[in-house]
Design a protein around this ligand. Structure first.
Ligand code: PSU
Ligand code: MN
Length: 302
């Protein structure tokens, strides 16, 4: 069920470092054409750091590990490609359909392909009032069971980050601050919550992951990488836009898998595109760190 691009197949055979990239961020997280530009930017960034990018999606009922430019463009322009998380994956495959993979689904596909490091923008998590609505992203439970490290700028700022961190703790998922003591809030560097652990060097992160998996401690890890300061949003502007966007979601009765794409789109409208610029910058920063970690993991092999 897995189909590899030539570049990724070659990298895996040669034992070169590979970084997984997801497709929901392209299809549901950003508008065209910035989504396509970002997809290319992330791939280029991974290559510049000495690793091979593997953007993952479902196309015509096949899990694609690495996309050719035409498939990437088709996805970026598509209007009604399904958002595919763990529960949706077997359905879209059986139907022979197309799908953009979330963090959870991308982790599953990456693990099957033997890819250990994955870069995205921001993790899913516990939504506001999620302790009542039970809207908790399947990204969190995936991190408890699938051995892939997720490099992200924390969880998305539209979420309840305190409860998101509590759930990650319960699930036994390491949350590592990269060169920071603060859990980042996607568009800004500090959510006000501390990270449980900090590591300052990609090689230490690679060693932590190797140790976790050598010990047979099932599951992934969150590598929380704050947005570079020059690209961070103003916290006041961000909080006001989050507030407004959440109100609109409530008024319009948006729930379930629609809510994250809706909120990201509203954020962009309310900030005249500044949230989108920040999202692109932080995703690029994550792709670079993910490549560095993937390179260290190959270098440390016995
Ligand atoms: N990071 C971004 N933009 C995104 C996402 C991550 O910068 O759109 C996506 C990921 O695919 C993640 C999803 O899995 O948002 C979370 O969706 P939900 O809250 O429905 O689980
Ligand atoms: Mn949800």
């Amino acid at each position: 069920m897995l189909e590899y691009s030539e570049a990724v197949a070659e990298a895996i055979v040669k034992g070169q470092p590979v970084v997984a990239l997801e497709s929901t961020i392209i299809v549901h997280g950003m508008p065209f054409p910035q989504n396509l530009e970002t997809a290319h930017l992330l791939e280029t960034t991974v290559r510049e750091r000495g690793a091979v990018p593997a953007t993952i999606a479902v196309l015509e009922g096949k899990i694609r590990i690495g996309l050719d430019p035409a498939s990437l463009e088709k996805l970026a322009r598509a209007q009604n490609v399904a958002k595919v998380s763990r529960r949706d994956l077997p359905v879209v495959l059986a139907r022979g359909g197309d799908g953009a993979t979330t963090v959870a689904a991308t982790m599953i596909c990456a693990a099957r392909a033997g890819i250990q490091v994955f870069a995205t923008g921001g993790l899913g998590g516990v939504h506001w009032d999620g302790h009542n609505t039970m809207d908790v992203s399947a990204d969190l439970t995936e991190l408890a069971q699938t051995n892939v490290a997720v490099v992200c700028a924390g969880a998305k700022a539209v979420l309840d980050l305190g409860r998101t961190l509590e759930v990650l703790e319960t699930l036994g998922v390491p949350v590592i601050g990269y060169q920071t003591d603060a859990f980042p809030a996607f568009y800004i560097r500090d959510s006000g919550f501390p990270v449980p652990a900090r590591l300052d060097d990609p090689d230490q992160i690679a060693q932590m992951l190797q140790t976790k998996w050598d010990l047979d401690l099932k599951g992934g890890a969150v590598i929380a990488n704050p947005i570079p300061p020059e690209h961070a949003m103003n916290a006041g502007e961000m909080n006001a836009a989050v507030e407004q966007s959440l109100q609109e979601a409530a008024q319009q009765g948006i729930t379930g898998k629609e809510i994250t794409p809706f909120l990201l789109d509203r954020m962009q409208q309310h900030t005249q595109g500044r949230s989108l610029a920040a999202n692109i910058a932080l995703a690029k920063n994550n792709a670079a760190l993910a490549a560095d970690i993937a390179v260290c993991m190959k270098r440390n092999l016995p």
